[in-house]
Structure formats: structure tokens, C-alpha cells
Design a protein around this ligand. Structure first.
Ligand code: LLP
Length: 463
């Protein structure tokens, strides 16, 4: 999903496709600040530190594999997003990227709102004290029980995703004698990819209601007439790990066009638009993500311009970054186990985790970086594939990378930029125990999600 080129390798250049792999451009001991969280550094002995704590100490105390999240970096990114969008906009952190009670508290303290998309995420948010009015509830198939819970809690908005859901939420709210604030999620006909976006006439996906064939306008008609609903705006989310702002611009333009049509037909100017999440991060040095202030400026310029030309008041904008906030703030620490050089091919480096703690490589062909972090090394680079310990050959953590050729069992290696969609998509495949998430800040480390135990597994198995 990232647009990184394949890295390169001198060792086996004779058998690898020519031009495909070339020598790594940088010193393997260097840590590219684009892919590592902000407090990561190497100490005088060459060991990686985060929040001032050395990885060997972290490994000893918390074990491996484990995710280490750089709390001050997470908070700084929250502030960068809310400062960039300012008082006239709302930033909703997308909890699906990674959610825990500590994260909810950080979000509250940094003034962010929260997007949840399941009963479980809603429960976590409410339990950790996120005010319900700061919660947006998403999902293409919310159950009746989930909708009831969200309405009862008083969530700030439910994002309606289908005609049936418009009726469902209306009934549930009416039965309770409340008016639920809602947005309608539309599909704007922009299919966003990492490299490009393709305008499509018809939508072929499960989310949202299509703009193109008038369905979205019909959904608005129904939402405006049904009791129990207060339609506050239109929502659009075009995809994930996107670098090109053009897709967001088309999306913003089409959403504003719909607002103008709504004004013309119903005499109502909806006060809000939500442009979703999806902004890309750097997984490797090849990736060049935009900064929040650039994104905020691009989006607000286009919305302001389009509203001016349509004679509309500029609506309040909201955005829902998940990956762009949490992704770069964490790395996964592994211990190297078996090392298997395949002559003329590459060296397979097995670690003590794998697809159960990072499914993204197998699922999306995602690219990651990796570094030896327990020490530095001046040894020649070797082309490696970092693989897990699962019974599956697709169990790959980092497909193509370079590590020093003196790598040995017991070394610690780390994969950066694993804050988003790694722990949240982790599984128990092969009865793996899902790793802990440890928050590190100012020389202190504390577990915010503990490691699973065999007892946890056996407790679920009721025999
Ligand atoms: N808002 C909505 C309505 C979404 O569906 C999503 C992500 C977001 C916001 C946050 O997107 P972000 O800023 O994190 O890209 N598992 C995939 C990503 C799935 C994203 C689903 N929706 C991955 O690992 O790349």
C-alpha cells in the first residue's frame, strides 16, 4: 500500500532481476526520522532508545514481540492536527487505527474527538470518559443494539450509511423521544489509490450512498423528512494511505455541490461536511507524506472556494485521521530467532512474531522498514526477508530489506510505523498471544494493553 520502491541488494545481484535491487543508499545504522517516532535515537553505544529508554531494557521488562508507542509523539501529532485545522474545524481520531483507554485519555487531553465504528470501540471510548457528544459513530452495518447504545449514550453524530439505516436510526430515536444528529456518508465517485485516483461513474463497494445516480440526494430527502433525525451534514471518506491531495479536492468539490443542490431543493444549508481520513504516512524512506497544516490548507481552500462560487456559507469541516496520527508513533520490537541464508536468493530472518501482530504485509503487500536496534554494525548489508513464526509461507513482516550481515539470533530488530492497523488487526493465529502495547514517555514506560496469556486463550475456550 505504500509507494516505496523495492530496496536493493548488492549481495545477490547476479540472480535478482537486474535494476530491481540496488545497494541501500544510506548507512544501515541511520534512523530515518520520517519513519521513526520523534523521540527515537541511538545512544552512545549505538542502541536505539525511545523516550530516553534503551530497547534492551524494554525487551527485558516487557518481552518481545511488543509494540512501543511514543506518547509525546502521539500527543504532538494530535496537537499538530488540531492546530492545523483550527477552531473552525473538528478533528476526529479514527479509533480503528488503534484504540485503548489510554489513547482515549490522550485524545481528550489534547482536545480531539473520536470516530468509532463498532460497539466495542464505543464501549472503550465511553469507559475511558470520552464525552459522548465528541464521538462519531460509523459503520456500514451497525446493529440495532449498537444504534440503540449510541443514541442512548448521546453520541454527537451517527454517520448513516444506507437507506435502511436512515429508517432504523429514525425509529430508534423516535422511540426515545430524541432527535439524533446524523450525517449521510456519500460515495463521491473517487477511488483513491496510493499513486492515483480514478473517477468512477458507479460505485462498487459496500460503504456509503452514491452521489452519481441521485441516491445521495434521495437519502437526504428521506433524512430531512423523517422524525428523530437532525441532518447536520454530509460525510465522505475516499480511502486510506493516500498521498495525492487531488482525490480529496474532487471529493470536497462534489460534497459542496451536493450541499448546493440541497439548498436549492430544500432551502436548507447543512452546517457541516466531513472529509474522512486516509492521509498517508511514511513506511519507508521513499514515502513523502504531507504535513497536517498543508492538508488543512488545501482542504479549507477548496471548500471555501467552492462554497463561494455556489453562494453557500462555508460549512464547518471535520476530518478523521487515524493512521496519520498513530501510525508513525509506534514500532514493533522483535527478537531475531532463526537466520536462514538461501544461497543465490536472500536471507530469511525469523522473528518471534509475524502475521499475527502485523497482517498488513500479507494482506495489502504493504512495505515496511526494519533496523537492527540492539547495537550498530559496520558489516556489509545483506538482503533479507523478515518473516514470522506462523505456519504459513505468506507470513512476512518485511518483504525486502537490508540488515547487517553479522545479524545473529538474539539481536533485537524493530519495524517502525506500526502504530496503525497492526495491534488493532492482530490475531491469535496459531494461538499466538497478542503482544502488549507499551507507552513510553520521558524515561517512563508503562503497559497500556497487556500481553495476552495462555490463560486468556483457554478462558475463551469453554471446552
Ligand atoms: N474515517 C473513515 C470513515 C474510515 O473508514 C477510515 C478508515 C478512517 C476515517 C481512517 O483512515 P486513516 O486515516 O487511518 O487512513 N486496515 C487498513 C486501513 C483501513 C482503513 C479503514 N477506514 C490498513 O491497514 O491500511
Amino acid at each position: 500500500m505504500s509507494r516505496s520502491a523495492h530496496p536493493a541488494g548488492p549481495r545477490h545481484a547476479d540472480v535478482l532481476p537486474e535494476g530491481h535491487y540496488s545497494a541501500p543508499a544510506t548507512d544501515l545504522n541511520e534512523l530515518d526520522p520520517k519513519v521513526w517516532s520523534r523521540t527515537v535515537a541511538r545512544d552512545a553505544d549505538g542502541a536505539l532508545t525511545v523516550g530516553g529508554i534503551e530497547v534492551a531494557r524494554l525487551a527485558e521488562e516487557f518481552g518481545t514481540p511488543a509494540y512501543f508507542i511514543d506518547e509525546s509523539d502521539f500527543r504532538a501529532r494530535c496537537r499538530a492536527w488540531s492546530d492545523a485545522f483550527g477552531a473552525d474545524a473538528d478533528v476526529f481520531y479514527a479509533g480503528k487505527a488503534f484504540l485503548s483507554r489510554a489513547v482515549v485519555r490522550w485524545l481528550r487531553e489534547e482536545g480531539l474527538n473520536l470516530d468509532v465504528c463498532s460497539g466495542g470501540e464505543l464501549a472503550t471510548a465511553l469507559d475511558a470518559g470520552m464525552p459522548a457528544e465528541n464521538i462519531a459513530f460509523h459503520g456500514n452495518n451497525k446493529t440495532v443494539a449498537e444504534i440503540e447504545r449510541a443514541v442512548d449514550a448521546g453520541v454527537g453524530r451517527i454517520v448513516l450509511d444506507s437507506f435502511q439505516e436512515i429508517v432504523r436510526v429514525s425509529h430508534i430515536a423516535q422511540r426515545r423521544g430524541v432527535r439524533q444528529r446524523v450525517q449521510i456518508r456519500v460515495t463521491v465517485g473517487v477511488e483513491a489509490h496510493t499513486h492515483e485516483f480514478i473517477a468512477t461513474a458507479h460505485e462498487d463497494q459496500k460503504f456509503g450512498i452514491a452521489l452519481a445516480d441521485g441516491q445521495a440526494a434521495e437519502a437526504v430527502r428521506r433524512a430531512l423528512t423523517l422524525d428523530g433525525l437532525e441532518l447536520i451534514g454530509i460525510h465522505s471518506h475516499i480511502g486510506s494511505q493516500i498521498f495525492d491531495m487531488a482525490g480529496f479536492e474532487v471529493s470536497a468539490r462534489r460534497v459542496v455541490q451536493l450541499l448546493a443542490e440541497i439548498r436549492d431543493e430544500h432551502g436548507v444549508e447543512l452546517p457541516e461536511i466531513d472529509l474522512g481520513g486516509g492521509l498517508g504516512i511514511a513506511y519507508t524512506s521513499e514515502d513523502d507524506p504531507s504535513e497536517p497544516h498543508e492538508i488543512a490548507k488545501a482542504l479549507s481552500d477548496i471548500v471555501t472556494r467552492e462554497c463561494e462560487s455556489a453562494g453557500l456559507r462555508t460549512p464547518r469541516i471535520s476530518v478523521e485521521p487515524g493512521r496519520a496520527i498513530v501510525g508513525p508513533t509506534a514500532f514493533t520490537l522483535y527478537e531475531v530467532g532463526t537466520i536462514k541464508p538461501l544461497e543465490g536468493l536472500r536471507t530469511y530472518v525469523s522473528v518471534d512474531g509475524g502475521m499475527s501482530d502485523n497482517i498488513r504485509t500479507a494482506l495489502y503487500d504493504a512495505e515496511y522498514s526494519v533496523a537492527l536496534v540492539s547495537r550498530t554494525s559496520e558489516a556489509e548489508p545483506m538482503l533479507v526477508r523478515v518473516v514470522g513464526k506462523h505456519c504459513e509461507s505468506g507470513d512476512i513482516v518485511v518483504k525486502d530489506a537490508f540488515l547487517p550481515s553479522d545479524l545473529a539470533p538474539g539481536d533485537l530488530i524493530a519495524v517502525p510505523a506500526t502504530g496503525a492497523y497492526c495491534r488493532s488487526m492482530a490475531s491469535n493465529y496459531n494461538h499466538a498471544l497478542r503482544p502488549p502495547v507499551v507507552a513510553v514517555r520521558d524515561g517512563q514506560a508503562r503497559v497500556i494493553v497487556r500481553r495476552e496469556t495462555e490463560d486468556d486463550l483457554l478462558r475463551l475456550d469453554v471446552g
